[in-house]
Design a protein around this ligand. Structure first.
Ligand code: PBG
Length: 330
């Protein structure tokens, strides 16, 4: 007998035995400045509509969005991604409200930039919030037609650029749209407006709550002819390489937690900044599990964001930006 002690020389627990040593050795940490907060904007004033499918989130009229944004900025969250939500009666097959002059997107960007010039404003570029059929592109019968969609997306990006956004974030997955948007912005003198491309966006069931918020579920078919097959890796790497070639400034992978391998690989393949989008279903599922008492949702969100960062994300689009930033400051 040796009093219960084993002849171990290597004891990794030595490096975990106090809060100080654990803090000393922490390799990855979260910072509110690395979050991009998604916001949903609607027409009208004094509107703040709670979203049952996305706890703690709202559809805001522009005036109310500004008030919420002030709270975010105080927490050091300085980047946002804007989605427009319009009345279903205003939607049409061409998604006209996406690119008409003085549209909701332009007015929202102008108001935000006027009030908070230092806020980094990204405008999500896709047609699905505006089309009556809910697809990200224009259609011919039941086919999503690529090239005419790119023209419409470039127009939409131009509207966002004219209004003064910092970057546009195309989330549609049409071929060649990054290059086409780049050319269109440049032709109009908007060289300084960057592109965060959703480079590897998978056809995922985790977008459920988002589609509920926008009432944008496709009225026919699905999005598998333009979003990636979740079974595939090479397809993602090819999209990432193409978007880089076409002139993207930053690349986004989504969903995040189901694609940590892709985030890791992308971060070693390209020198462009890599972001990940922790999408509505990833957030909603953890919030729902918390509500059911199955786990501590804040702790689980914190842990999942850490893993996304550890996999190689430089920045993260997340609905948890506010609550996790509050946690980090507490
Ligand atoms: C569509 C778009 C989607 C999301 C962002 N842009 C949904 C979809 O492709 O149907 C999902 C974001 C989320 O789930 O949080 N252009």
């Amino acid at each position: 007998m040796n009093d219960g002690f084993l002849p171990l020389t290597k004891r990794p627990r030595r490096n975990r035995q106090s809060p100080a040593v654990r803090a000393l050795l922490q390799e990855t940490s979260l910072d509110p400045r690395h979050f991009v907060a998604p916001f949903f904007v609607i027409e009208g004033s004094h509107k703040k509509e709670p979203l049952p499918s996305l706890p703690l989130h709202f559809r805001f009229s522009i005036d109310e969005l500004l008030k919420e944004l002030e709270r975010y900025l105080k927490l050091n969250i300085q980047a946002i991604n804007l989605f427009c939500v319009i009345d279903p009666a205003e939607k049409d097959p061409l998604g006209s409200k996406a690119y008409e002059k003085d549209n909701l997107l332009q007015r929202a960007i102008r108001s935000i930039k006027k009030e908070f010039p230092h806020c980094f404003v990204c405008a999500d570029i896709a047609l699905d919030p505006f089309t009556s059929h809910g697809h990200d592109g224009l259609i011919n019968g039941t086919t999503i037609i690529n090239d005419p969609t790119c023209n419409a997306l470039a127009e939409m990006a131009l509207r966002a650029g004219e209004a003064g956004c910092d970057m546009v974030s195309p989330s549609d997955m049409m071929d060649g749209r990054v290059g086409h948007i780049r050319k269109t912005l440049d032709k109009n003198g908007l060289f300084h407006i960057g592109i965060i491309s959703y480079a590897a966006k998978y056809a995922s069931s985790f977008y459920g709550p988002f589609r509920d918020v926008l009432q944008s579920s496709p009225s026919f078919g699905d999005k598998k002819s333009y979003q990636l097959n979740p079974a595939n890796r090479k397809e993602a790497l090819r999209e990432i390489a193409l978007d880089e070639e076409e002139g993207a400034d930053m690349l986004l992978i989504k969903p995040a937690l189901t694609n940590l391998d892709i985030i890791k690989e992308a971060s070693t393949l390209t020198h462009l900044p890599i972001g990940a989008y922790q999408v509505s279903g990833e957030y909603g599922a953890l919030k729902a599990a918390g509500k059911e008492g199955l786990l501590d949702d804040k702790a689980a969100l914190y842990e999942s964001l850490l893993s996304i960062k550890r996999a190689g994300s430089d920045f993260i689009f997340t609905y948890a930006a506010k609550e996790i930033s509050e946690l980090l400051l507490s």
